[in-house]
Design a protein around this ligand. Sequence first.
Ligand code: PBG
Length: 340
Amino acid sequence: MAALEPSEMSLASFPAMRMRRSRSSSWCRALVAETVLTPSDLIWPIFVIEGSGKAEPIASLPGVSRWSLDLVAERAREAGKLGIPCIALFPNTPAGLRTQDALEALNPDNLICRAIKAAKDAAPDVGVLTDVALDPYTSHGHDGIVDGKGYVLNDETSKLLVEQALVQSTAGADIVAPSDMMDGRVGSIRQALEREGHSNVRIMAYAAKYASAFYGPFREAVGSGGLLKGDKKSYQMDPANSDEAMREVALDIAEGADFVMVKPGLPYLDIVRRVKERFEIPLFAYQVSGEYAMIEAGAAAGAGDRDGLVLETLLAFKRAGCSGVLTYHAPLAARLLRDG
Ligand code: PBG
């Protein structure tokens, strides 16, 4: 009989092989765990408002608030204490500053720029990631500039995104994250950052971002939802597509992205896995607002233990191949991981 190949040996039959042996004690489960989740895998998205001492609850995101700058500073310190390496800031721009041309996005003293400074002053060792897209600044809720028919113009938008990324970098952003899905913007932003002396500012490209029904609570949180005319299907990806995601990722890497992201998270783990197998680049997923709301609603309805749902879903991202996850559950997960 020919010698067994190693792969065949692992198929030794019962009772020589009992799969449950390695599961039968907790020390042994820990020893053979293929994937670990730690606080350093988490990026914490935080919503920002004007004012001071203000925490505004967000109805569709139970447990999440919009915070004024002083409280954003506190959140940055909290992230540091919990071992969360990076926070992601999203502004809720006052209604009066939202216009057709989104010019407030380029104001070096706008809410997001002041939030970046507040966070970096409070916790210099916590990374600050900022979204590059125009939706918190447009009166129509789209991520870019629209023409007379409501079509989002690519190259005109891209020019503004480059300026927006520079303004955020000058304010101290460590990672700029274009979430707009315009073609060519990663390359343009990279060139501009190099030219303007921001060569260490990283780009996390929302490379495969789908036109998803899971973004509703986020749009409420930043105040763009009620304004949005139509949908974002002419720039965000069709959930039917997977090969197209590979092309998006390849292009963003070629244009100079340091990290790539898949978004939403759990319904797109097949995309995460394909990207991981095909590209050698740090990969992130965004467990988006609708996913957070779904877990909270599920837990409240008795679908499962909330802490368990949170840690299991986050571990799933690691198992699928993510370096890290953007999640509104970041502080809860970090506490659970710390306290065992
Ligand atoms: C905006 C942006 C969105 C999210 C992150 N950046 C919403 C959208 O594209 O409409 C969604 C995040 C979430 O739902 O948690 N460019």
